[in-house]
Design a binder for this molecule. Structure first.
Ligand SMILES: C[S@@+](CC[C@H](N)C(=O)[O-])C[C@H]1O[C@@H](n2cnc3c(N)ncnc32)[C@H](O)[C@@H]1O
Length: 441
């Protein structure tokens, strides 16, 4: 355990790091660190200051926890957990953020907002005021009117699908985890996951039936269930796209760390397996002009309306492919996976890799953008929280998991002994690592 530092020492680290970052951003729109409407949505710092920012956030978190004391700190976690689900779910279901005008400074009374959303004025006020307490919306006239800040505006626009995915698909599974663990201990089957139990129950209720307790096809996953609903597929694809642009998750942490600026190492063609809307391929094509062709391989319903943006026409293609049931026939110099293996247990992850092996030759590379869990650390709570929460949500959603370096090596060994974990890059500030795998035929 790291030695306990005096709280005043924490405060001086906070002051020093804050000043460093503030000075570096002076004269740019980001320097205000504002959360108001119109403020830059992402508080980006130069790459050289990512580590400083991470340490700053971690130190703020430690200082707050220690100043509150053990129980005070526990309570600030416990109390908001169920309340936030209620607040965000109501906001999403009644589309509250979209009914607040998006013009700069425009406000709306709770009475008008209630009418637009189909809620009572009192309920609207309570939900929105609770959101304001979490820095979502700004109250203009106490008890009377409200307007957007940058966060609520994002929930009305760019972040809306991500909110929907979290609050509907993820949350429904969360309550079923205990049932899943009791009924199917140790199962790596996606159809035994908490979210699938929730889906089956919700479907039975909707159809006025009693849920069938027997799961006849445990390989049927979250993705199979959502494929029955076009809107849900579109929402999932859009939410994944959003995640490629979100602060710690942005795809540039991956693309910037590929060694492809060196022409000799740059592939001419890549295939992104499970590539959804193609955001990662687009980023790669724009960053590395020597990559001439990128293929997005995903389920038929996901790639059905995949389209290359104008500047990448002829360079980006979408192809239907099922990584569990088909071997890869699309030839490419390099294969890329982002956020795929954490959706699956080792037995299924190994299947995905086995289906790729026939397309590989000696020295072929696979690049993966995904978490590599570090050992827990006293100086890394905020990042541990994000990565360990993702781990639990993968369990709830898919019977999947995030993996440590050893976990990745176990997966590769299960798939094919010729697959070797060659390198792991952990970019400062990034949620995911960049994982290089080589096929040693
Ligand atoms: C967590 S998302 C990641 C999407 C994208 N790689 C990204 O990083 O934004 C998982 C992707 O795997 C795809 N997928 C799920 N099951 C699949 C299967 N059996 N074959 C091919 N793709 C599948 C989903 O459609 C989805 O696009």
């Amino acid at each position: 355990m790291a030695p306990l530092r005096p709280v005043s020492e924490l405060a001086s680290i906070i002051e020093r790091h804050t000043k460093t970052i503030e000075d570096a951003l002076k004269g740019t729109p980001a320097a205000d660190f504002s959360l108001a409407f119109g403020a830059p949505p992402q508080a980006q710092v130069p790459p050289s200051l990512e580590a400083t920012r991470s340490e700053l956030v971690e130190t703020i978190d430690e200082l707050r926890a220690r100043i509150l004391g053990p129980l005070g700190n526990l309570m600030v976690t416990l109390l908001p957990t169920p309340a936030l689900i209620a607040i965000l779910h109501t906001m999403y279901a009644f589309d509250i953020a979209s009914h607040v005008p998006l013009q700069p400074g425009a406000e709306i009374t709770y009475a008008d907002l209630a009418q637009r959303c189909g809620l009572t004025e009192d309920d609207t006020r309570h939900i929105v005021q609770a959101a304001v307490a979490f820095r979502i919306f700004e109250e203009v006239t106490p008890e009377v009117s409200v307007r957007h800040n940058a966060a609520s505006a994002a929930l009305a626009t760019a972040m809306k699908d991500l909110l929907g995915l979290f609050i509907e698909d993820q949350c429904s599974g969360v309550y079923k985890l205990v049932e899943s663990l009791k009924r199917f201990p140790g199962s790596g089957e996606p159809g035994h996951s908490a979210s699938v139990l929730a889906f089956r129950e919700a479907k039975a209720i909707k159809e006025g039936k009693v849920v069938d307790q027997e799961i006849t096809d445990p390989s049927k996953s979250f993705f199979d269930y959502i494929s029955e609903d076009e809107k849900r597929v579109a929402r999932f694809r859009s939410a994944m796209g959003i995640s490629t642009r979100s602060l710690a998750y942005r795809a540039s942490y991956f693309t910037d760390n590929l060694p492809w600026a060196d022409k000799n190492q740059c592939p001419e063609s890549i295939a992104d397996i499970g590539g959804a809307g193609g955001e990662v391929c687009q980023a790669i094509l724009r960053a590395y002009p020597n990559v001439k062709k990128a293929y997005v391989l995903d389920l038929p319903e996901v790639v059905a309306d995949g389209k290359a943006p104008e500047d990448l026409e002829g360079k980006l293609e979408f192809e239907s492919y099922n990584f569990l049931t088909e071997t890869v026939t699309r030839k490419a110099d390099v294969y890329v996976f982002r956020h795929i293996f954490h959706d699956w247990s080792d037995q299924y992850g190994a299947k995905i890799l086995k289906n790729l092996v026939p397309a590989l030759k000696k020295g072929s590379k696979i690049w993966i953008s995904e978490v590599v869990l570090p050992d827990l650390s006293d100086r890394n709570h905020t990042k541990d929280q994000a990565q360990r929460c993702a781990d639990i949500l993968m369990k709830c959603g898919f019977n999947g998991k995030e993996r440590s370096k050893r976990g990745w090596e176990t997966l590769l060994a299960m798939a094919d002994e010729r697959l070797r974990l060659a390198n792991v890059i952990r970019p400062d500030g990034a949620h995911d690592s960049v994982i290089e795998i080589v096929f040693d035929a």
